[in-house]
Design a binder for this molecule. Structure first.
Ligand code: 13P
Length: 247
């Protein structure tokens, strides 16, 4: 039985004060009884949010990481640096792929560095609208799984987030049927590499998840949680999504 996992991805939002207030509001509600809960925050807010969450069950994550441990890599943040603050990190988000040159190859390098540490990864995959329209969704996801997760020991430490790019920030959610069908396809691809271990890997859906559509999406058998962008910036909305995840 896979425990539901709801993670907020705050992206490049919140001032220092807003970040603390949001984390405090989430922690105050005491979520985490029926589902794992996490927030993935901008780097500069990690220390403040860590403090705000310290007596809660809400896990803290970052939104990206570099694979080298230290050195002359201006602007980058390493796995050991993050491990001092948090326990999770998002890798390969479509916005990193789209705007910052992330590829399956860099995803794999990051994933290997993360798995060698105490951090747990959330690895993002997903197809564009053009690819879906051209019936290439399966091919794209299979390639992202094969290349981005190649040769790593696939265990329950890894969460895979299926985020169709056309549904991110657009208000256009995949229907529960499409989301379920695609997450089931992703699990079948994971099985090709991990065998039955893939049954323990949690697959989140991401893309315009909100308090209104969460319950139906989260009730699908192959959707084990959500990676939530916009709706994770309002404590009340985010907490309603967490509630909707409880079995
Ligand atoms: P939205 O929930 O804002 O569509 O963002 C989804 C996402 O990209 C989460 O990582």
């Amino acid at each position: 039985m896979r425990r539901p996992f709801i993670a907020g991805n705050w992206k490049m939002n919140t001032t220092r004060a807003e970040a603390s207030a949001l984390a405090e509001a989430i922690a105050a509600a005491g979520p985490g009884a029926g589902a794992d809960v996490a927030v993935c925050v901008p780097f500069p807010h990690l220390a403040d949010v860590e403090r705000a969450l310290q007596h809660s069950r809400v896990r803290l994550g970052a939104q990206d990481v570099y694979w080298e441990e230290s050195g002359a890599f201006t602007g980058e943040v390493s796995v050991p640096m993050l491990a001092d603050y948090c326990s999770l990190v998002v890798i390969g988000h479509s916005e990193r792929r789209q705007y910052f040159g992330e590829t399956d190859e860099t995803v794999l390098r990051k994933l290997k560095a993360v798995l060698a540490s105490s951090l747990d990864p959330i690895v993002c995959i997903g197809e564009s609208l053009e690819q879906r329209k051209a019936n290439q969704t399966g091919e794209v996801l299979a390639r992202q799984v094969a290349n981005g997760l190649a040769g790593v020991d696939l265990s329950e430490r890894i969460t895979v987030a299926y985020e169709p790019i056309w549904a991110i920030g657009t208000g256009e959610t995949a229907t529960p049927e499409i989301a379920q069908e695609t997450c089931a396809f992703v699990r079948a691809e994971l099985k090709k590499h991990a065998g039955d271990a893939a049954d323990a890997i949690r697959i989140q859906y991401g893309g315009s998840v909100n308090a209104d559509n969460a319950r139906e999406l989260l009730s699908q058998p192959d959707i084990d949680g959500a990676l939530v962008g916009g709706a994770s910036l309002k404590a009340a909305q985010f907490l309603q999504i967490v509630e909707a995840a409880k079995p």
